[in-house]
Design a protein around this ligand. Structure first.
Ligand SMILES: *Cc1c(COP(=O)(O)O)cnc(C)c1O
Length: 429
């Protein structure tokens, strides 16, 4: 399998090359040259496959022999060692709970696959690798936990100072060993820019081997297709008609995973791109104009992205056609006030506890299902306990603790939003 750049100005790469590089030289994003279509018999027996088995079948299409089947199968067992259940919230409306992994957010799936893939390839070449990752909160914790103590790999995480939750900060700043956290004086987009600039810097790339653990890396993004298959398979066969999936989105890697699953033949009828007030993509869907903006902090902070990286991949899947994208995806955006009201209302009416990200997805789905018949699934991307202050205020009760908030010392390096300083730091460490 070859991977091409969405900008078309960089050489094609193998799976391994694309995973190691993260970003092609021309500043586009890698995409698989072919997306295979499963035969209908695959879907007839999908509910008999376990989650790791589905993962193996899906990822084998993209890895294309570069990791032997046996190895890949083991890797999928390790990556998907937790449940992804589909929970009924009300008739014809389900939550696909992606938060049962070690950091209680969906990014565990991609981060764990990427860590294991990099580790597999780097053990074969015995080369030291530095993983750079910009985070608005959840990516950093998933990557830190996923890569902790993996041989040959150093991880440098950049996060916006004061703009992530205590849990998120704890999960990425207390590990030590091969994990370093840089606390940047800026917003998420600044962190993302620093990382992107590092990949494009010739000198830096000559001196150290860099790769990315953001969803710009195909090994983060592609495994996010897997749970769409698994979610669909958990529906009763009679409910598998007109299935619409609502995705609370920030950098749009999760949604891109869904679009790829659909291209592989998964019979999903429509997607909802749901954002908080950082509504660049919903605005694009409405107006055909893409205007990146500075991100605004919200209570669904993992979606505070003003210029989402994976938008170019979405566009690529529709050959740049706004019209075709709009036929398959509808955008919605919600304020914090609406998000809070949804958490309260859904709890009062059904007993289901939403987190602020899932609540944004829920709102879009509810609005869509008022207009169109079908079965709705929204992705519940984080455990509500991760955002317990907000959630407890709305449901007016305490959540059972699921996360240990231990007293390990926070270790981070304060950093200005300045590429020259960042580059120097990377060269000198
Ligand atoms: C990262 C994240 C999102 C946004 O996912 P993208 O793939 O960046 O669109 C949504 N919810 C939670 C909890 C997240 O951590």
């Amino acid at each position: 399998m070859k991977y091409y750049s969405t900008k078309g100005q960089a050489p094609e790469a193998s799976f391994q090359e694309a995973v190691f590089k993260g970003l092609p030289e021309d500043n586009g994003l890698y995409m698989p040259e072919t997306i295979s279509h499963f035969p209908s018999s695959f879907f007839d027996e999908l509910d008999e496959l376990s989650l790791p088995e589905i993962g193996f079948r899906v990822m084998r299409e993209f890895v294309d022999g570069e990791i032997p089947d046996e190895e890949l199968s083991r890797l999928m067992e390790e990556t998907l060692s937790f449940d992804i259940p589909l929970e009924k919230v009300r008739d014809e409306l389900y939550a696909l709970e992606l938060f049962h992994g070690p950091t209680f957010a969906f990014k565990d799936v991609g981060a764990r696959f990427l860590a294991r893939t990099l580790s597999y390839f780097s053990q074969q070449s015995d080369e030291k690798l530095t993983v750079l990752v910009a985070t608005s909160g959840d990516t950093g914790s998933a990557v830190a936990q996923g890569f902790y103590d993996v041989p040959n790999i150093e991880v440098v995480i950049l996060y916006p100072s004061g703009k992530i939750s205590k849990f998120q900060e704890q999960q990425m700043t207390t590990l030590g060993k091969n994990i370093t956290a840089l606390e940047v004086d800026g917003v998420f987009d600044d962190c993302q820019r620093l990382v992107k600039q590092a990949f494009l810097d010739n000198e830096l790339n000559k001196r150290i081997k860099l790769t990315s653990a953001n969803s710009i890396n195909i090994a983060r993004m592609l495994p996010q297709s897997i749970y769409y298959f698994h979610g669909w398979a958990q529906l009763h066969p009679e409910e598998r008609k007109d299935v619409v999936v609502s995705v609370p989105s920030g950098n749009y890697g999760n949604l891109t995973g869904g679009l790829i699953a659909q291209k592989m033949g998964l019979p999903l009828k429509h997607f909802l791109a749901c954002s908080n007030v950082n509504d660049t993509v919903p605005k694009y869907l409405e107006t055909a104009e893409y205007n990146a903006k500075a991100s605004v902090p919200t209570i669904s902070n993992a979606m505070d992205v003003g210029d989402p990286s994976n938008f170019v991949r979405m566009l690529d899947l529709y050959s740049g056609s706004h019209q075709r994208m709009k036929e398959n995806i509808t955008g919605y955006s919600y304020t914090d006030k609406q998000t809070r009201a949804a958490i309260e209302k859904v709890y009062d009416e059904t007993g289901y506890v939403l987190d602020p990200h899932g609540a944004v997805g829920y709102l879009g789905l509810e609005a869509y299902l008022k207009e169109q018949a079908g079965t709705g699934i929204f992705l519940e991307t984080a455990h509500p306990y991760k955002f317990r202050e907000t959630v407890e205020e709305e449901i007016e009760k305490s959540l059972d603790p699921v996360l240990e908030f231990d007293s390990k010392e926070k270790k981070s390096i304060a950093f200005e939003n300045d590429f020259v300083a960042f580059k120097e730091y990377l060269l000198e460490r």
